[in-house]
Design a protein. Structure first.
Length: 75
C-alpha cells in the first residue's frame, strides 16, 4: 500500500513537472511574439510621425492638390 502511494505521488509530480515545462515554453513563445509586435508597432509609429511631419510642413496642401479620379469616366 505504501509503494502505491509513493508511485502515485511520483507520477503526479512528473505530470506537474511536464505541465510546468509546457507552460514555460508557451510563455517564452508569447514573450517573443510580444517583442516582435512591439517592434512592428514602433516602426509603424515612426512611419506615422514622419508622414505627419511632412504633412505639417506643407500645411496640408497635399490634401488639396491630389488628383481625384473622375466620376464620369473618359468618353
Amino acid at each position: 500500500m505504501t509503494w502505491l502511494l509513493v508511485g502515485l505521488s511520483t507520477a503526479g509530480l512528473l505530470v506537474l513537472g511536464f505541465s510546468a515545462v509546457l507552460a514555460y515554453r508557451e510563455v517564452v513563445l508569447l514573450g517573443r511574439a510580444l517583442a516582435r509586435s512591439a517592434e512592428r508597432l514602433g516602426r509603424s509609429g515612426a512611419e506615422v510621425e514622419r508622414a505627419a511631419d511632412a504633412l505639417a510642413r506643407h500645411g496640408g496642401e497635399a490634401a488639396f492638390t491630389a488628383v481625384s479620379p473622375s466620376v464620369q469616366g473618359t468618353n
